[in-house]
Design a protein around this ligand. Structure first.
Ligand SMILES: Cc1cc2nc3c(=O)[nH]c(=O)nc-3n(C[C@H](O)[C@H](O)[C@H](O)COP(=O)(O)OP(=O)(O)OC[C@H]3O[C@@H](n4cnc5c(N)ncnc54)[C@H](O)[C@@H]3O)c2cc1C
Length: 527
């Protein structure tokens, strides 16, 4: 065996998995086809629970450039309908406007810091597997070679070669009836509303910033980022023979200007940004919504876009993929270390597939809500009425954040199976955020009982699970739906494997705790 885990693809999800494996004591080998990081700009930011998850690995401050913890935004959009998040007491929809290139750079720096070997210019070209491992055929600058690994993870994007080599189907739909055009461009200062940062387009009217804006003829977006060129974009649904049908020629600013005129019915002058280019000029025809029919074939697993692709509306891609990586990392490491309980690795798919299905559902729903036509306009009117209701806002916000996930973990406490809430704990040396305690990605038993009486229950698991005796302020103990909590067993992905609300957990609860420890972290070293 040359290496424990080969990861094909140094995109954000492959790099995140490499970091997670390293934190769990495994040294993966990352193969990346491209000799240099790509200049292509895809995501403009992170949306949802992933922002808090990155905080729980110490990565939020690297991305935001500030030691401040993440904060949710006051508003967002769903299917180009405004979501007023200020009505929610506990708004789950966090955002971090960092371009994908920067996210990849930070993840790569972290992976290298943790000792990960990343081979750029090395492409996975073939694979075979047997009961004990995977042979990965690689084409590198020095010629072809073979690596043998215990496992191989395909994080090689939507067109995943790994997926094809492993014989995994990718069912779903491919649409070719939309044309998206996006460019980095400057609009005349006189059209920018200083109060909102949005536009006031003569002949059309006000357009808020950073929001998809639907008209009867298409969709428009204007995103004036503070420290990089603004983005202007349109989406159209051309029909055969329409003059707005996309050609194969490279996109131009003039093409976008004409598209804006069709969508808004008004002119918006556009000029290229100052400074060195190349500036983004992108035309994308159609889109795919597809979900791999298996996330695992023997010792080969799929991660991120290799496992699922969908519309980018609302920016759910990295929320899904990076948390796939956090789910997979510790489980794969447990297999390699040899302490994984039976079936642990299969919970990667049983837990993450339903999450991907919800992303497919909500992005398709958003795509339906922005399409042209009077029926859609009527549907939007109804949806807008529903979104005046706070419970509906909460439901949509949790859906978009991926915060409505409850894994099938069992247990009676309302927190089991859920992502652990943010807590500030008193561990005897001043207040400490839970996010700080989870940075090394170790399983944790948070013992909040008055006499820290649970540590003994960890006997046999201390090599894998850390006990943290702590206090929480009164108000924070009612953390979820007013459910008091006195102890939490957290998996490395911060999902709650067991919880108690008893100030003095009795024999039954200790038995349940030990059962949870065995279920997720394997047999104790001694009985
Ligand atoms: C226009 C657009 C806008 C988007 N906006 C957002 C957004 O705002 N927010 C958001 O969260 N998401 C957004 N997304 C989605 C997001 O960009 C993807 O979900 C994300 O890039 C997926 O990461 P990945 O690591 O799975 O795959 P990729 O980023 O595709 O990386 C795969 C890597 O594998 C490498 N590779 C491929 N084949 C091989 C091989 N055989 N051997 C070795 N290496 C290989 C590739 O070179 C690449 O580096 C957007 C996507 C698009 C297209």
């Amino acid at each position: 065996m040359n290496v424990d885990v080969v990861i094909a693809g140094a995109g954000p999800n492959g790099l995140m998995l490499a970091c997670e494996l390293s934190l769990a004591g495994i040294r993966p080998l990352v193969l990346e086809r491209l000799p240099e990081p790509t200049e292509e700009n895809r995501a403009n930011g992170l949306v949802g629970q992933v922002v808090r998850m990155l905080d729980r690995r110490g990565l939020h401050r690297r991305l935001s450039g500030s030691p401040e913890p993440p904060r949710p935004g006051p508003s967002f959009v769903f299917g180009a309908l405004p979501l007023d998040l200020s009505v929610l007491e506990d708004n789950p929809l966090y955002g971090l406007p960092v371009p994908q290139r920067r996210i990849e750079q930070v993840l790569e720096e972290r992976a290298v810091e943790l000792g990960v070997e990343i081979r750029r210019g090395h492409e996975l070209t073939g694979l075979t597997q047997d009961d004990d491992g995977v042979n990965a055929d690689v084409s590198g600058p020095g010629g072809p070679y073979r690596v043998r690994a215990r496992y191989l993870v395909g994080a090689d994007g939507g067109r995943s070669h790994t997926r094809k080599l492993a014989g995994i189907d990718f069912p779903g739909v491919t649409r070719d009836d939309t044309v998206h055009r996006t460019a980095q461009a400057v609009v005349p200062a006189a059209l920018v509303d200083p109060a909102t940062g949005g536009l006031d387009v003569p002949g059309y009217g006000p357009i808020p910033p950073f929001q998809h804006h639907r008209t009867e003829r298409g969709m428009f977006v204007y995103a004036p980022f503070p420290s990089r060129p603004s983005l202007v974009g349109t989406t159209e649904w051309p029909t055969a023979g329409d003059s707005e049908e996309a050609s194969d020629a490279p996109m131009t600013l003039d093409e976008l200007r004409l598209s804006v005129r069709r969508v808004l019915g008004a002119d918006l002058p556009l000029t290229p940004p100052d400074g060195p280019g190349p500036h983004m000029l992108r035309r994308m025809v159609g889109g795919n919504t597809r979900l791999a029919d298996r996330f695992r074939a023997g010792r080969v697993l799929l991660l991120g876009d290799a496992a699922h692709v969908h519309s980018a509306m609302g920016g759910p891609g990295l929320n899904l993929g990076l948390q796939d990586a956090v789910n997979l990392g510790w489980k794969l490491a447990a297999e390699v270390h040899g302490w994984a309980p039976p079936g642990l690795l299969d919970t990667y798919e049983s837990e993450r597939r339903p999450v991907a299905e919800r992303v497919v559902m909500q992005t398709q729903a958003q795509s339906a809500l922005v399409a042209p036509g009077a029926e859609v306009t009527a549907l939007r009117a109804l949806f807008a009425e529903l979104l005046a209701d706070r419970d509906a806002v909460r439901r949509v916000a949790e859906l978009m954040a991926g915060a409505d996930i409850r894994y099938d973990i069992g247990g009676t406490h309302p927190l089991t199976g859920r992502w652990a809430p943010d807590l500030t704990l008193d561990t005897g040396s001043g207040p400490v955020r839970l996010a700080t305690l989870t940075e090394n990605a170790r399983p944790l038993l948070l013992d909040l009982t008055p006499d820290a009486s649970l540590a003994g229950a960890l006997s046999g698991w201390q090599d894998r699970v850390d006990a943290v005796p702590a206090r929480v302020p009164e108000a924070a103990s009612a953390v979820h739906d007013r459910a008091p909590v006195t102890a939490l067993l957290l998996r490395p992905d911060c999902y709650v494997a067991w919880a108690s609300d008893s100030p003095n957990p009795g024999a039954d609860e200790r038995t349940a705790l030990r059962a949870a420890l065995e279920r997720w972290f394997g047999a104790p070293t001694s009985r």
